[in-house]
Unconditional design. Sequence first.
Length: 93
Amino acid sequence: MSVRAPYALREFVKMRPEVEAVLQHVGLRTWDLLLIDLEGNWVRDEFESEEIAEAVCRDLGVRMHRGWDDPRMSRRMNARDHWRDPSGQRRAL
């Protein structure tokens, strides 16, 4: 399956060092793909199937992890305290 990654994910990978992905099943028909860089910055997108999310990772050329089994990825995700840093990433309310 050939899929082109969404623009936001493509730009994130282009501008950040050593991005890796975590794929998690979050709904009946929803898969969440998080891209995380070395500094703890991240971006996410939702996909209709696991296969589409995998194809996006292949298109981006990033390593994909299924779930949070690798403790290195959770440490990476929590590397920055976004609420204490004025330039920290926050979710829109």
